[in-house]
Design a protein around this ligand. Sequence first.
Ligand SMILES: Nc1ncnc2c1ncn2[C@@H]1O[C@H](COP(=O)(O)OP(=O)(O)O)[C@@H](O)[C@H]1O
Ligand SMILES: [Mg+2]
Length: 319
Amino acid sequence: MTTQVSDGTQAIEARKLTKRYDGFVAVDGLELAIEPGEVFGFLGPNGSGKTTTILMWLGLTEPTMGEALVWGHNATREPIQVKRIAGYVPESVGFYEDLSARQNLIYTARLNHIPRRQAEEAIHRAMGYVGLGEVADKKVGQFSRGMRQRLAIADIMVKEPRVVFLDEPTLGLDQEGVNRVMELIQRLSQEQGITVVISSHQLHQVQQVCRRVGIMSRGRMVALGTVEELGQALGTQGLMVDIEVEGWDEALLADLRRVDGVEHVDAAERFITVRCQPQTRPSLARAILDRDCLLVQMRSKDLTLEEIYLRYFTGGEDK
Ligand SMILES: Nc1ncnc2c1ncn2[C@@H]1O[C@H](COP(=O)(O)OP(=O)(O)O)[C@@H](O)[C@H]1O
Ligand SMILES: [Mg+2]
């Protein structure tokens, strides 16, 4: 009905995509291809260029150079085709607080020129799909942040998009809210075959549902692949261990640095921080006991996006 898909067509593409603001480069020659049905995690610290890129894919801001393509359509030259197939949940979703959830969706459907009867049916289905069927006639003013986020997803489902861009959809949600939104995103991809781009500066919130992630830094993509691939490329399974030790000294730090699988050792006050392979923990404990120091506690933590990002960045500078 809409667009013919030829073999090999990518759902979403960036070709040398660049955006400058008065000489400042917000997006710098981005090259990326996202396959149909893929859930892609578009990651990076604040200010790294994620929103700007999404706006270019949607045809809402013009590239300075290069191309933003959605299902083969150039977002600048064919904005209408792109708007027809792309759904967008912006960073701050706005609804009319005094209208019910259903009325809000009817309003959007009218803006999208969807016939009333068809819209009502689609809205009913979408509200049920996102788990808001029972509160469809409640005013949005009473909705939690998580409910608004799911309502925004229902809102874009009404027009049956092929690709969906969600800009920081987990911002400000509690863990349960994050889980529900992520589960919903996974279903959109698996059950509806929708291609999804999720932007986030928090890797751990989105990584379970993303087939691949790309990490942006200062307008450039500094890493791209599955989370496992990125971890392996760093030569780590992503393990940091914080150890509280009474009475440590330089000799102990030297011992720890010699332990097989240890990559880095740091210490401050009562804490020693070790970056190492996962199976290294027992050897660390032994080294501490061998020096007659008191091991108070030992905690592992995963690398955060910021840490992964920093390590890519530092690695890049060294080479
Ligand atoms: N309209 C604009 N005018 C000038 N600078 C902008 C504009 N929009 C974004 N920027 C700058 O571009 C950079 C990337 O911003 P953005 O795409 O919003 O990053 P992110 O979404 O990753 O946080 C930031 O330094 C931001 O200040
Ligand atoms: Mg942003």
